[in-house]
Design a protein around this ligand. Sequence first.
Ligand SMILES: Cc1cc2nc3c(=O)[nH]c(=O)nc-3n(C[C@H](O)[C@H](O)[C@H](O)COP(=O)(O)OP(=O)(O)OC[C@H]3O[C@@H](n4cnc5c(N)ncnc54)[C@H](O)[C@@H]3O)c2cc1C
Length: 483
Amino acid sequence: MALMTPEQFEESLKSLKPRVFMNGKKIENVLENRNTRTVVEANKASYEWALDPRYRDIMTCHSPLIGDVVNRYTHVSANTDDLVKKAQAGTFTAEMLGTCIYRCVGYDAFHSLAATCWEMDRDLGTEYYPRFIEYLKMVQRKDLSVAGALTEPRGKRSQKTIDWPDPFLSLKIVDKNKDGIFVRGAKINISGAFASHEMVVLPQAAHFQGEEDYAVAFAVPTDTKGITYVCQYSPYSAERDAADDMSELGNPRFGQRETSMVIFDNVFVPWDRVFHCGEYKYSVKFVTRFAKTHRMTCGGTCKVGFMNQIIGAARLVQEYKGLEKATHINDELMEMVVLRETGRACGLAAANKGAEEPEGSGVYLPDELMGNVAKLNICNAFWRVMALAGDIGGGLIVTMPSLKELNNPEVKDFVNEFYSFGSQEPTENIMKVHKLLQNWTAGQHGVATWHGAGPVMAQKIMLQRVVNYDHEKNLVKQTLNLK
Ligand SMILES: Cc1cc2nc3c(=O)[nH]c(=O)nc-3n(C[C@H](O)[C@H](O)[C@H](O)COP(=O)(O)OP(=O)(O)OC[C@H]3O[C@@H](n4cnc5c(N)ncnc54)[C@H](O)[C@@H]3O)c2cc1C
């Protein structure tokens, strides 16, 4: 069986030496730094669950490529059942982690790579598809964690890439030889790459004649020479750095969500890891196929899992406060459930209505319309759920003192008394649940949900492309018998 144990996963990361900076300092060991450790823990959990008989069906599947059981996050969907399982795995992983599924971008990028490499070979006679499949087999056999990188710093959005004074604001091929290519540029906001084994890189945008050097997709080990990670640093990072006890934090094991800018400074990529090189007309296909897959994930699966965490915490607070019979609170909880289920339904619809793309490729992608609707819907639904949880939680979500006060001999009795809500629940539990809600409602998740997989305008543009209104217009003409 091609599955690593969680211990083997951790061991395997020790042999990688990514160049990582956070808060102005070099991180010598991503396994030990408190913030990067949360990504190690999140990825490690995906290995735990794949081996757990309770979760095996969702977290693993059979790979026809290597004839063995593989982690689902390394599999390319070959039918709608696979897509539905993919959606369920997204929700399961997100609700268990309560933070980003760091392996999902790579998983979704695999779908785009398989479909588009196959199409380029068919149309152009290139040999990218077998190359990519060999790479994927290696990932499956070794059971590797793979991050995905598309988003670029970019220059003026009103200009074409080729017109930017700094040509490297989009990642670019700078040299080629018989062994491979050299690339320079950066990708930004990349989730969890420094604690993954591999990173797949896709174009961020459509490219045009003259922009051949920007039309590039490839895979690299995360510690390849020339790659540097400059990590995010938020108040939540500082809080984790300063904590005496991780149990004081809103998500003790898996943290908020960790991203970094990834700099490629003349990075060499051997040809057997290059999957797109100059065929500029196909860059947009990499992007749109990734987007439709990732929008199902972000819109209809992982946020459903996140909402379960928020709803669970809001319900506990309702009970602590003795508000079980408060009709408006029950109404708010029900609204949260409806928003969650609408998100789930869109994700499952995108999966169930998925189709082979391109025909004959054997690659199944989610439905464009429903995938985009899933993401667009969740952008607003998530803010609403945050607001409703904020109402139920009250001001304490943002005004609560440190949990350390529960051990401060000068005030601990007062804190225990006055934050108990007069309930039987230990005050420590009440404060921890509020801390979790702080993590969700006053943390990074609102903006992250909005922008991850593209801001709302990106979905609206895509929807405007796929909806033509012919059916609706014809219905009206038929009803009115218009000539
Ligand atoms: C927590 C988090 C994790 C992420 N993880 C990953 C990852 O693992 N891999 C990855 O590749 N990416 C990742 N991303 C990046 C994500 O896909 C982008 O943030 C998203 O696509 C938006 O891009 P941006 O952040 O550059 O915002 P912008 O593109 O700058 O958007 C800001 C505003 O400008 C508008 N705008 C942008 N361009 C135009 C234009 N040409 N014309 C008109 N309006 C425009 C947008 O509609 C929006 O209103 C992550 C993002 C977040 C927040």
